[in-house]
Design a protein around this ligand. Structure first.
Ligand SMILES: C[S@@+](CC[C@H](N)C(=O)[O-])C[C@H]1O[C@@H](n2cnc3c(N)ncnc32)[C@H](O)[C@@H]1O
Ligand SMILES: [Zn+2]
Length: 608
């Protein structure tokens, strides 16, 4: 008893969701990674895991129903087949009926769940197994403990870390959370890559939450996920994924070039998805994204993984290069592959190109090329809506309820089949005019016969299927009624405005120009979580005077002198290193400024 009390006096107890973890009071050691603002990440993961469990049950039930239907049809065929003289032929007929029915049903089930696994229908167990989870990079074990305590119907949770101090902290925290956690969570001190490679297809859920880039874990992670299982993966190296200044690093880690577009947070998601797909394809596997989130200072994707050599051939249709104009915000996508149908068979060949001229058709400037990115949908609309509904029904169980409902609401309203987006303020800046309000601009697009939506990745971003010549025509019409000062003759804006519009834009207010969430005054974007929010310094990295500009001289002095206070913990979180500013002025009161700062500190968990 005294031992426990003695031990507890060195720790601060932090509660998140239903888990409580012990954080050492002496932060100078910075021994085990813990970042409180990642509660958004953990809450979102809890929510998606709950949806996964529900969906798997539904899919399993559908398979069972179909199997039962197949059996009863086969039995009917058996009883109604006329008795002939030749017993063996009759038997054959009966088997034919049953077999055909089962094959037909197997196809239907495959369509139903897009689960192209090779498991024969008769082999599917009657009871759906409780999903087994692997948290590959567990640190304090907080996430694994939350999964074990909060998610009903979950099987074992295996928590790995390569760092002894982390696994010790994880074991301590498990014990602190009681017997139910002790019996469910299984910690291992090991290199996650080796563990995942030696446990192929063993986990229904694999969670990767690294410092910075997940790239070194992807190859083994895609192999550890069971067919139809879920891979959840974070990347916090936004400076690499978003900025052409780090293009070499991005290409070496992910196999794609980023471009300089205002859509760069969504592009980061699409680069990560393309990279996971490429790793999966090596093992005849492919991904189906269910939710892809750009949040705070990082991105997180949730993808299901299936095995099918046939489906893998279609990957080039889901990938595109991006041509980005250097003069204006126009961008164009070029698919990597195309489908060729010949005599009832489909083959996949490289696409015809290029889809653009060497100069931008709007402003005449050059185009840079980026990608390849994942250009198929990044979310499953039904998953987004189900997850949102489920979160709303359990408000008390999500400490970051406001944040995750706002993100899920915006995601549920996104145009899912339109990759990337532009920023209304930026395209107005291209032609040097005052920006039309979002509602007026959206109305003009809708009145021209196209669809438009917002995006969760940027409060001022707009997704539309309208081609760029329509977008520029709308801006030309706007400028006609809102004249601008004369611009330099060689500016992109002058080139854009020198052409007469082919379309007469109609700015009269369209009903669909305001989203359902906006109409109902539901918050779609929230301000930053707290003053010193962002990725944390890597665990174990010594805090020195070099971190003064980041943490403040007082905190650094206290840490160096060994007199740090528990509240200093909150300050040891540098700002977001994302190289772009997401927009400042906003014309919608529910969309606060999310201007972010550049940061060059080399001790960040996000640095490459
Ligand atoms: C960002 S922290 C994980 C945070 C944790 N998931 C959470 O939600 O609090 C990354 C962890 O990965 C661990 N790690 C790094 N490389 C690893 C490897 N190859 N195998 C296992 N763990 C590793 C580090 O020790 C660190 O504890
Ligand atoms: Zn241009």
């Amino acid at each position: 008893m005294e031992d426990v009390e003695n031990m507890l006096k060195d720790y601060e107890i932090v509660r998140e969701g239903e888990a409580e973890i012990m954080i050492h009071k002496t932060i100078a050691t910075n021994e085990v990674f813990y970042n409180p603002v990642q509660v958004h990440n953990r809450d979102m993961s809890v929510a998606v895991l709950r949806t996964f469990i529900t969906k798997r049950k539904e899919e399993h039930k559908a398979i069972m129903d179909k199997r039962d239907k197949a059996h009863s049809k086969a039995n009917q065929g058996k009883s109604s087949s006329p008795k002939g003289e030749n017993g063996s032929t009759e038997k054959h007929d009966e088997m034919d009926v049953a077999e055909k029915e089962i094959i037909k049903v197997a196809d239907e089930v495959k369509d139903l769940s897009t689960e192209a696994t090779k498991t024969p229908l008769w082999k599917v167990a009657r009871e759906v197994k409780a999903p087994v989870v692997l948290e590959a990079l567990a640190a304090s074990g907080l996430r694994s403990i939350r999964y074990a305590r909060e998610i009903d119907g979950l099987g074992k949770v295996v928590a790995l870390d390569i760092d002894k101090a982390c696994i010790e902290a994880c074991k301590r925290n498990m014990k602190f959370n009681g017997a139910s956690v002790m019996s469910k969570v299984e910690p291992h001190l090991t290199d996650a890559r080796v563990y995942m490679l030696t446990h192929p297809k063993e986990f229904d859920v694999v969670d990767i939450d690294p410092y910075g880039a997940p790239s070194i874990f992807l190859d083994s992670a895609v192999q550890a996920v069971a067919d139809g299982g879920l891979l959840m993966c974070t990347a916090t190296d936004m400076a690499v994924l978003c900025s052409p200044n780090n293009a070499e690093v991005c290409h070496s880690k992910y196999g794609s070039y980023p471009t300089k577009g205002k859509y760069n947070h969504e592009m980061a998601l699409r680069i990560l998805l393309a990279s996971i797909e490429s790793h999966a394809n090596r093992y005849k596997r492919y991904i189906v994204p269910v939710l892809s989130v750009s949040m705070d200072f990082y991105i997180r994707v949730f993808v299901r993984i299936y095995t099918s050599a046939n489906e893998v051939k279609k990957t080039p249709l889901k990938l595109s290069y991006v041509y980005q104009c250097v003069g204006c915000d126009s961008f164009h996508l070029q698919s990597v592959g195309r489908a060729v149908t010949k005599n009832n068979s489909v083959k996949y060949a490289p696409a015809f190109g290029p889809v653009v001229h060497q100069e931008c058709s709007a402003c005449g400037k050059k185009l840079t090329m980026g990608g390849p990115i994942w250009s198929a949908p990044i979310h499953d609309q039904e998953w987004a809506v189900s997850t949102l509904t489920e979160v709303k029904s359990m408000k008390d169980r999500y400490p970051a309820y406001d944040k995750i409902t706002s993100v899920l609401t915006t995601i549920s309203e996104e145009l899912h089949d339109v990759p990337l987006f532009f920023n209304l303020h930026n395209i107005s800046a291209n032609v040097k005019c005052t920006s039309p309000s979002a509602v007026l601009f959206r109305s003009a697009v809708i009145n021209a016969g196209y669809r438009i939506s917002s995006t969760h990745a940027n409060p001022l971003g707009l997704k539309t299927d309208a081609p760029w010549h329509v977008i520029w025509d709308i801006m030309r019409c706007w400028v006609k009624n809102h004249p601008i000062k004369e611009q330099p003759h060689d500016s992109p804006g002058t080139a854009i405005l020198s052409k007469s519009p082919n379309l007469e834009a109609n700015f009269s207010r369209a009903a669909a120009a305001v989203s359902r969430a906006q109409a109902n005054k539901i918050k779609r974007f929230l301000p930053n979580p707290e003053r010193h929010w962002g990725p944390k310094i890597r665990a174990g990295r010594k805090i020195t005077s070099k971190h003064a500009s980041l943490l403040g001289p007082d905190v650094v002095n206290r840490v160096i002198n060994g007199t740090a206070r528990p509240q200093d913990e909150k300050v040891i979180e540098p700002n977001n290193p994302t190289p772009e500013t997401v927009g400042n002025a906003t014309n919608e009161e529910d969309e606060p400024s999310t201007k972010r700062q550049k940061n060059g500190d080399d001790g960040l968990a996000t640095e490459p």
